[in-house]
Design a protein around this ligand. Structure first.
Ligand SMILES: [Fe+2]
Ligand SMILES: [Fe+2]
Length: 310
C-alpha cells in the first residue's frame, strides 16, 4: 500500500481528479520565503497525515450559524419579483435535502472517529443549506411543493460518490452564477451576504470529497482497485452525460445549476462564463492548505471548452 501511495505522487492523472500530491501550506501564509520552503513538503495520499489534514481542514474551517436566526432583508417589489421568478427553488431544496440524507447515512458507517466527525459535519452543513432555503422560500412566499422526507440510499458509498461528483460540477458553475448575481445586483447585497457562507461551504465540500475519494482509493487492497477505479470512472461519466443531456434539452427539467444559468441571462459569452467559473473556483479554494488535492476534472473540461467556445 505504501508503495502504491508513493506512486500516486507521480501518477498525476490516474483518477481523473489527479492523484498528484500538491505541495505547500495554507495560501494565507504571508511570508513568501517560508511558504516556498514549506511548498517543498510532501504528503502521501492515503496516509494518516493526509487523512488528518483533510479532516482537520474541514472541521477547523466550519463556520457556525443557525438558519432559523437569519434576519431576512426587506426587498423592494422588483427585487422580490426577481427572486420569486427564479425557477430553481424547489429543485434546490430537494437536492440539498437528498444530499444531507445521503451524507448523514454515510457518517455512522465510518469507524475512524475523525472521518466520522468530518462527514457528520458535512451532513449537518447540507441539512443547514436545505433549512436556509426553506426559510427563505417561506419568508418571501415562494411556493415550494412539500416533499416526503428523502430515504437513505441502499448503497450509501455509491450514493456519496455520485453526490460528490455532482457537487463538483454544480459548485463549479454555481460559484460563477453567484458572482454574476452579486456583481450585477441581480441579488440584493443583503441576500448575497447571507448566501456567501453557503458558497464557501460548497467549495469546502468539493475539496473534502476529492481528497476523501483519493484517500479511499489509495487505501484499498491492490486487487480491489480496478473495480473502484471503474466505478469512479462510471460515476464521473454519468455526471458528464447528465450535463450534456441537460445542455441539449434532453434531460427533462434540468437541475438548478442549469436553471440558474438560464435565469441569469446576461451578455456574458460562454468562454467568459467558463473563465469566470475557473477564477471563482480558484479564489474559493485558494484559502485552504495547498497540500490537499484540488478538483481537476471539471476545471479541466472547462479549460478545454474555453478554447473552442466563442
Ligand atoms: Fe449544499
Ligand atoms: Fe455540498
Amino acid at each position: 500500500m505504501r508503495e502504491f501511495s508513493k506512486r500516486c505522487i507521480i501518477n498525476h492523472s490516474l483518477y481523473g481528479y489527479g492523484l498528484c500530491v500538491c505541495y505547500g501550506v495554507a495560501a494565507t501564509t504571508s511570508n513568501a520565503v517560508e511558504r516556498e520552503r514549506l511548498m517543498q513538503q510532501q504528503i502521501t495520499i492515503g496516509s494518516q497525515a493526509h487523512k488528518e489534514l483533510m479532516c482537520r481542514f474541514f472541521i477547523d474551517s466550519h463556520v457556525a450559524f443557525d438558519p432559523a436566526t437569519v434576519c431576512w432583508p426587506a426587498l423592494r417589489t422588483e427585487e422580490l419579483e426577481r427572486l420569486c421568478s427564479l425557477p430553481f427553488w424547489a429543485e434546490a431544496v430537494t437536492t440539498e435535502r437528498m444530499t444531507a440524507c445521503t451524507i448523514q447515512a454515510l457518517a455512522p458507517l465510518q469507524t475512524d472517529p475523525l472521518l466520522h466527525a468530518a462527514i457528520a459535519l458535512q451532513g449537518l452543513e447540507e441539512q443547514r443549506h436545505a433549512a436556509l432555503l426553506q426559510h427563505l422560500t417561506s419568508y418571501y412566499g415562494i411556493p415550494v411543493p412539500r416533499q416526503p422526507a428523502p430515504q437513505p440510499p441502499l448503497d450509501v458509498e455509491w450514493a456519496f460518490l455520485c453526490t460528490g461528483y455532482s457537487e463538483c460540477f454544480d459548485a463549479f458553475f454555481t460559484f460563477a452564477l453567484f458572482a454574476i448575481a452579486r456583481d450585477t445586483g441581480f441579488f440584493p447585497s443583503a441576500l448575497v451576504d447571507i448566501f456567501e457562507p453557503v458558497m464557501q461551504e460548497e467549495a469546502r465540500h468539493t475539496l473534502f470529497f476529492v481528497n476523501w475519494e483519493a484517500s479511499c482509493q489509495a487505501q484499498r487492497p491492490f486487487w480491489q482497485r480496478p473495480w473502484h477505479l471503474w466505478r469512479g470512472a462510471v460515476g464521473r461519466g454519468l455526471q458528464v452525460w447528465h450535463r450534456l443531456q441537460m445542455a441539449r434539452g434532453m434531460g427533462g427539467q434540468g437541475d438548478f445549476t442549469l436553471k440558474g444559468h438560464q435565469a441569469l441571462s446576461t451578455a456574458i459569452s460562454p468562454r467568459r462564463f467558463l473563465q469566470l467559473c475557473m477564477q471563482e473556483n480558484d479564489r474559493r479554494l485558494r484559502h485552504y492548505d495547498a497540500r490537499l488535492l484540488r478538483p481537476r476534472l471539471v476545471p479541466g473540461i472547462a479549460r478545454a471548452l474555453a478554447h473552442f467556445l466563442p
